[in-house]
Design a protein around this ligand. Structure first.
Ligand SMILES: Nc1ncnc2c1ncn2[C@@H]1O[C@H](COP(=O)(O)OP(=O)(O)O)[C@@H](O)[C@H]1O
Ligand SMILES: [Mg+2]
Length: 327
């Protein structure tokens, strides 16, 4: 049994001017200990996907269709009490801003001990020892002393390490990390990412890593899902997708990577921007920006085409060759 199976997930926002379809037909699975990257530009629907999975969409957002089977149970059908026993226990979240998780008026130790005692029937002293263990694991120096610190006494990088330690406290089966290093100093982003990777491997934790950074995804994940305007544009094994992207959007993201650009040249950017939910073009939502656009792209949304374990939502997916030109 897969750890997580997301089937035919649709999310919508009812508004006065009609229903905005924010997520359409998202399907993927995550095996135990497997790592999936969700990439795409800002507004693609990455965070919505994460919040939908843990059934924590902010109102009036709602799951209009689909199933989210986690450890054999459908999270989309659970009530709040059942959900609370899963969230922060079997599933942990890590956000861009550590202060989404940390309470500014409590010491690190108090927060860690309270989290543990909320989910485990253990003494305060036992909880304290586990907390110290976890702080050591995330390589926080003088872990025991740090228990007495308040969040504001730590640097941004140290705070995110504490958040990772908290995420691991309850020995979750899955962590969803939404842009976990985006707010951090560039020099420590790679350090935190490699720490997360090591710890996920060590604890056999499944990871859903949301990021706009394809380079990070290629280092950390085995599977990738590229999102565009609320739909999956391309998905498959990370290596296949990165080495042989079949959707022009993925190709554009790849070309925009710094190492793809020669020094001194301006960084490539995909022309234009992603359409907003209330102004979707007819046909393929990528058509205004696509260099391979053809007639039918203006009238019909392509289906996700299976190219052998690797899927792309583009009429030209089969023709796009590794060279980047059409055959
Ligand atoms: N509460 C809301 N009401 C209406 N639209 C929303 C709401 N939350 C998010 N959206 C829209 O859903 C889309 C996807 O947002 P999001 O998942 O946050 O993007 P990403 O994380 O990929 O940057 C965006 O177009 C955003 O404007
Ligand atoms: Mg987001």
């Amino acid at each position: 049994m897969a750890l997580l199976e997301v089937k035919n997930l649709h999310v919508e926002f009812p508004t006065r001017r009609g229903v905005l379809k924010a997520l359409r037909d998202v399907n993927f699975t995550l095996e135990k200990g497997e790592r999936l990257g969700i990439v795409g530009e800002s507004g693609a629907g990455k965070s919505l996907a994460a919040f939908a999975i843990i059934n924590l969409l902010s109102k009036p957002g709602r799951i209009s269709e689909g199933e989210i089977i986690f450890e054999g149970q459908d999270l989309s059908k659970m009530d709040d009490t059942q959900l609370r026993s899963v969230r922060g226990n079997r599933i942990s979240m890590i956000f861009q801003d550590p202060m989404m998780t940390l309470n500014p008026v409590l010491t690190i130790g108090t927060q860690m001990i309270e989290t543990l005692q909320a989910h485990r029937n253990i003494s305060k002293e036992e909880a304290r020892l586990i907390a110290i263990d976890r702080l050591n694991e995330v390589r926080i120096p003088s872990a025991e002393e740090r228990l007495e610190s308040y969040p504001h006494e730590l640097s941004g990088g140290m705070r995110q390490r504490v958040v990772i330690a908290i995420a691991l406290l309850t020995e979750p089966a899955m962590i969803i990390a939404d842009e976990p290093t985006t707010a951090l100093d560039v020099t420590i982003q790679a350090e935190i990412m490699s720490l997360m990777l090591d710890l996920c491997k060590m604890h056999n934790v499944g990871l859903i890593l949301i990021t706009h950074d394809l380079a990070v995804v290629s280092q950390v994940t085995q599977k990738i899902m590229v999102m565009y305007a609320g739909r999956v544009a391309e998905q498959g094994p990370t290596r296949d997708v990165i080495q042989n992207p079949r959707h022009p959007y993925t190709r554009g993201l790849m070309s925009a990577l710094p190492q793809q650009n020669q020094a001194g040249k301006r960084l490539y950017q995909i022309p234009g921007s992603m359409p907003t939910l209330d102004a979707m073009p007819e046909g393929c939502p990528f058509n205004p920006r696509c260099e391979y656009v053809g007639e039918r792209c203006y009238t019909t949304v392509p289906e996700l085409e299976d190219l052998g374990g690797h899927m792309a939502r583009c009429f030209k997916a089969r023709e796009l060759k590794e060279s980047g030109s059409l055959s």
